[in-house]
Design a protein around this ligand. Structure first.
Ligand code: MGD
Ligand code: MGD
Ligand code: SF4
Ligand code: MO
Length: 722
């Protein structure tokens, strides 16, 4: 009755888009439980009305006939719908069976990117995974931002103390390996990046891009410099070298709590501009110009993103970026790299992270912030012995397309005793599951973003109600995860009693109660910090449907340093040592192909899972290989022709796009394609299938410190197909 009443009225609701890190505020008009219109919300204090074409993807996914709404069971190649009870029971039973037979580590888990965009998944996923008791935890973090986290852990004592560029006030924005005009900004929640960049230039500042490709961001920047892939650490060491040589060190307020600066001076001695130029391909005069411009600007910031994370020296790069910001007086200061102070303090919720507390079974790789690099999952699956991975659960992920050597991973998936996926699409990965557990859509649950407020260029808070009513018989992500955890914890009579109480507590701790508790105990709550405290509660926040503005970023050091000494460790031993590995690496001649293969993103795409939206995928083929005209000419290849791309791992085909916008010796292909596999139920995506770049990348190429996949130094050969 109540539901019917709600349906008969047109309603206006404010929410957010969770598809990327920008968390844009949205203004929905809903009628009969359908989205009638969707607009940017001009009153959202962060996004101020901005949205990108992908926002409509939310609606498209909701209405997509391919979206799975009932749990499914696979027997050989045929799928049948089953009840929720059966799906949850079978999943827990099968996991327990594997654990009993082989031990808990035989169950691996993989959490994909949308987990961090989903409140329920954040609140209940980690707990469920803990209940499995396996050390074989993997996620998309180790094909992405784990170097940022590890460096934050080493330097500031907490994995989430990641400095964010204060682009609203900076005068010099140096971007390495990020293309926010396509990605909408990453580890920099900054909706409407175009206008942010424009304002930097309008106020006389500069935006400088370092990238092997002339990107969409380069187009709107003040300067672009091509760099040879994988050599950013050399450039950064060169900039630090100049800092000491030119006597431009300026640590200001940070001097009192920054340790071991002398170690840096020693390390950077060899990196003079001519050495740096030789290895990076950037002209000496350009290196000097970047250095002098940056250091002459009072508010400057260096920022690096995925192009520098997914390299053999990803951790080294992010450490050097932080170090450069510190030593130029640009850390924790207006216009530099700053730390957001979120209302729900996710630092308390997630924990400080750690390193090498235990090692992976086969390769003995160090644990990084509670997980192992996903690049070693194939090895853990195929290597026999005690602890071999025999079962896998994926949560909102598609590792077959998104992790290195996806094809080999897929072969291993076929051999598993059991696999289950919490996902609403039958994609290249989930089609191998025995059970698919599809949660409700994002718009069918209330939301508070506990992750991206920690990476935001402005402190804001927003709670949004459930936008659409749930269908009878559907389960939310939280209900699925709690249902599984309860079943995992059950056993004998004593375990049952314990599990029952734990279940009751989890049920009582609804997501809203957790958020309320977090807000009350956070920096703006009743127990909050002087200068920030406004006695914030969820009730108060709900009175602000557009969100609450908590102001620009403010300095938070040294009190936000989590290290016992309360000092920044500017020279972590492991990273100092890694510079020596870099020196050796530079002497090595790379083999395996004549091109470096790098990735790219497009504004209308989102990793592997938004290709089933007709409105987003339409237009010209985007899964093309970019190549410089000089390279094409040398090989007699022409624009538009189908080419074969071969690496040590495998080979795929893609149409060639010849463009001046890419450095000679480098080719680029987007990731997340390759949908033409049997059993994939993505009708639109299959028509525009493309090929998977991760059939070329190697699971053995990694950043040695963090284990992050080193995509950007994949070497390939390109030949004509005809
Ligand atoms: N070569 C190369 N590879 C890359 C990258 C690269 O730059 N180059 N980038 C890497 C990066 S940064 C990332 S983050 C990874 C992404 O890798 P993954 O996270 O493994 O893959 P996605 O494509 O994001 O897949 C997301 C899945 O989650 C499901 N999903 C969406 N929303 C929800 C939800 O609310 N709940 C549940 N349960 N499921 C949901 C979708 O249906 C889809 O199947 O790819 C990485 N792979
Ligand atoms: N439209 C869209 N938005 C997205 C996503 C998406 O798939 N589509 N994915 C989301 C996710 S999961 C993430 S993690 C973020 C990523 O956000 P960004 O880091 O901004 O992602 P990219 O656009 O891939 O930019 C990486 C850049 O690094 C460059 N690069 C490659 N190798 C090197 C190198 O060796 N050195 C340097 N200096 N540059 C290099 C590439 O040419 C590219 O321009 O985007 C998020 N937003
Ligand atoms: S930039 Fe686009 S995809 Fe990202 S949150 Fe905003 S509307 Fe969504
Ligand atoms: Mo990512």
């Amino acid at each position: 009755m109540e539901a019917k009443k709600k349906l008969s009225k047109k309603k206006k609701v404010f929410g957010v888009c969770n598809l990327c890190e920008a968390i844009c505020g949205l203004d929905f008009e809903v009628f009969q439980n359908k989205i009638q219109t969707l607009k940017g919300d001009p009153k959202d204090p962060l996004s101020k009305g901005h949205l990108c074409p992908k926002a409509y993807g939310l609606k498209d996914v909701y209405e997509d006939p391919d979206r799975i709404k009932h749990p499914m069971k696979r027997q050989k190649d045929s799928w049948t719908e089953i009840s929720w009870d059966e799906a949850l029971d079978r999943t827990a039973f099968s996991l327990k069976k594997v654990i009993k037979k082989y031990g808990a580590n035989a169950v691996a888990t993989y959490r994909g990117n949308p987990n961090v965009h989903n409140l329920d998944a954040m609140l209940y996923g980690t707990q469920f995974i803990k209940s499995i008791g396996s050390k074989n935890r993997f996620s998309a973090s180790t094909v992405d931002q784990i170097p940022h986290q590890l460096v934050a852990h080493f330097m500031f004592g907490h994995q989430l103390m990641v400095p964010i560029p204060d682009i609203s006030r900076t005068q010099y924005f140096l971007i390495l390996g990020g293309n926010p005009m396509a990605s909408n900004g990453s580890l920099m929640t900054s909706p409407d990046i175009f206008n942010h960049l424009k304002r930097i230039k309008d106020r006389g500042g500069k935006v400088v891009v370092i990238d092997p490709r002339f990107t969409e961001t380069s187009e709107v920047s003040s300067e672009h410099h091509f760099i040879k892939p994988g050599t950013d650490a050399v450039l950064l060491l060169g900039l630090l070298h100049l800092l000491f040589r030119e006597n431009r060190i300026k640590t200001g307020r940070l001097t009192q709590f920054t340790r071991r600066i002398e170690k840096i001076e020693k390390m950077v001695k060899a990196y003079d501009p001519s050495f740096v130029s030789e290895h990076t391909g950037i002209k000496e005069e350009s290196i000097l110009k970047i250095f002098f411009d940056f250091t002459a600007t009072p508010k400057a910031v260096c920022y690096g993103r995925i192009g520098v994370s997914t390299q053999p020296f990803g951790s080294l790069c992010h450490w050097l970026i932080n170090t450069f910001n510190i030593l130029t007086g640009n850390l924790d200061t207006e216009g530099g790299a700053m730390f957001p102070l979120p209302a729900f303090d996710v630092h308390k919720f997630v924990g400080p992270g750690g390193y090498n507390r235990y090692q992976s079974r086969v390769e003995l790789l160090p644990e990084v912030c509670g997980e192992f690099p996903v690049a070693t999952l194939i090895t853990e699956m195929k290597t026999m012995g005690q602890g071999q991975v025999k079962a896998l659960m994926t949560f909102a992920g598609n590792p077959v397309l998104s992790t290195p050597n996806g094809k080999a991973l897929e072969e291993q998936l076929k051999k598993l005793d059991f696999m289950a996926s919490v996902d609403f699409y039958m994609n290249e990965t989930t089609r191998h599951s025995h059970i698919i557990l599809p949660p409700t859509h994002f718009l069918e649950s209330p939301h508070y973003d506990i992750i991206f407020n920690n990476f935001s260029i402005r402190n804001t808070a927003k709670f949004n109600p459930q936008i659409l009513l749930r269908k009878k018989g559907s389960l939310t992500e939280g209900q699925i995860l709690r249902g599984l955890q309860w079943r995992m914890e059950k056993g004998n009579i004593f375990q049952n009693i314990r599990a029952y109480f734990r279940k009751k507590i989890r049920e009582a701790m609804t997501s809203q109660r957790i958020i309320d508790l977090g807000l009350r105990t956070g920096p703006y709550g009743t127990l909050g910090r002087k200068g920030f405290k406004i006695n914030l509660t969820l009730k108060k926040l709900k009175k602000e449907p557009h969100g609450l503005d908590l102001g620009p970023l403010k300095p938070v050091l040294p009190w936000r340093i989590y290290r016992p000494s309360k000092k920044i460790n500017i020279a972590p031993f492991i990273l100092l040592k890694d510079e020596k590995r870099l020196k050796k690496y530079l002497k090595k001649k790379m083999d395996g192909g004549e091109f470096y293969l790098i990735g790219r993103r497009h504004i209308r795409s989102n990793n592997s899972w938004m290709h089933n939206s007709e409105r987003l995928i339409k237009g010209k083929d985007r899964c093309t290989l970019l190549m410089n005209p000089e390279d094409a000419k040398k090989r007699n290849l022409s624009h538009g022709e189908l080419v074969k791309i071969t690496s040590m791992t495998g080979s795929i085909e893609a149409p060639l796009e010849v463009t001046e916008g890419i450095l000679e010796g480098v080719v680029s292909l987007p990731h997340g394609y390759g949908h033409n596999k049997e059993g994939v139920r993505l009708r639109v995506a299959k028509k525009n299938h493309g090929a998977s770049i991760n059939d070329l990348t190697s699971d053995l190429e990694r950043d040695e410190v963090s284990g992050n996949a080193a995509f950007t130094t994949t070497r390939v050969k390109v030949t004509s197909v005809s």
